[in-house]
Design a binder for this molecule. Sequence first.
Ligand code: GLU
Length: 374
Amino acid sequence: MSRAETADNGKQRWVVKLGSALLTDDGCGLRRSAIADWVAQMAQLRGRGFRFIIVSSGAIAEGRARLGWNLRRVSLHEQQAAAAVGQMGLIQAYESAFQGYSIHTAQILLTHDDVADRKRYLNARSTLRTLLELGVVPIINENDSVATDEIRFGDNDTLAGLVANLAEADRLVILTDQAGLYDRDPGEFPDAGLIRTGQAGDPALLDCAGPGGALGRGGMLTKLKAAETAAKSGTETVICSGLEADVLLRIAAGEQVGTLLGVARSPLAARKQWLAGHKRPAGTLVLDDGACKVLAERGSSLLAVGIIAVHGEFKRGEIVSCAGRDGREVARGLANYNAGETRTIMGRSSDSIEELLGYVDDEELIHRDNMVVL
Ligand code: GLU
């Protein structure tokens, strides 16, 4: 059974990243008909159980076009202003294309801090999960208007890799204006060969990647790095041309398009490693025998009712160890409540969380998607 089947009732979760070079006509506004075409493919695949998160560039390019700055050199602050203007057009283009299929879209603008901080990471993750459950297509971009150098991703390839981690996506599809990764620069060497498959993170591939293009910030190098990041949570990456007809439909049908970068270990093993490898647990939850059993046998979420003791101090979003009465660690996961809150709600049913705390963040103490059973 694939991870998608275990995690989300048979739904394949894809992050689709669209770059500036593909989305804009040489910086002269958005290519709306191309957007409509990709959206049509996603709408069709949704009917077959696929779920999409879009990471889209193009805000700065669209903003420059709207402000009539196509040929002008602009300062960083002007670029940030252009991003704010262009983001409106970008979202509008996706929104109206998806509306044609009665599919809602949502805008999420992130900075690096939003995924570096555990608490905000968990919040962003919960929001994404809720949007997907509601059938909404989240459209994510870097929050260019407020991002300073310290909190920048810098390019949307990096952002897309991290979003693949956030969503624990099955696949990251990076649509670009090139057919995939070549063994040499195809602009310089006409006999350059397209690399069909590889392993994400293989250092030999990095030698093949050249520098980035003029419009988007990322080149092949950042795409390979994004694939390496995505692989950490078990996500495979396809780098291919968004200009090819029916590209998403063809990938979904199993056709080999562009370059496929696989995950060295099984996706599930990679994901377990991803969670288990998150720094040392900040605390320990002692579980009753019933909770240990359902965790081990069914991989269910951990509820407050199954907890008999809480050791240590941890914050919401930190990793905690789950142990049986005998002290043997049975699982690790990201806690939805801090240590104090957990002490208040332990041994009680999820229905009583609101009464005990005055609010409910999540029904479960650790969601099964955020937990590794050891
Ligand atoms: N976030 C930028 C934008 O939307 C693009 C960054 C990139 O091209 O990688 O304009």
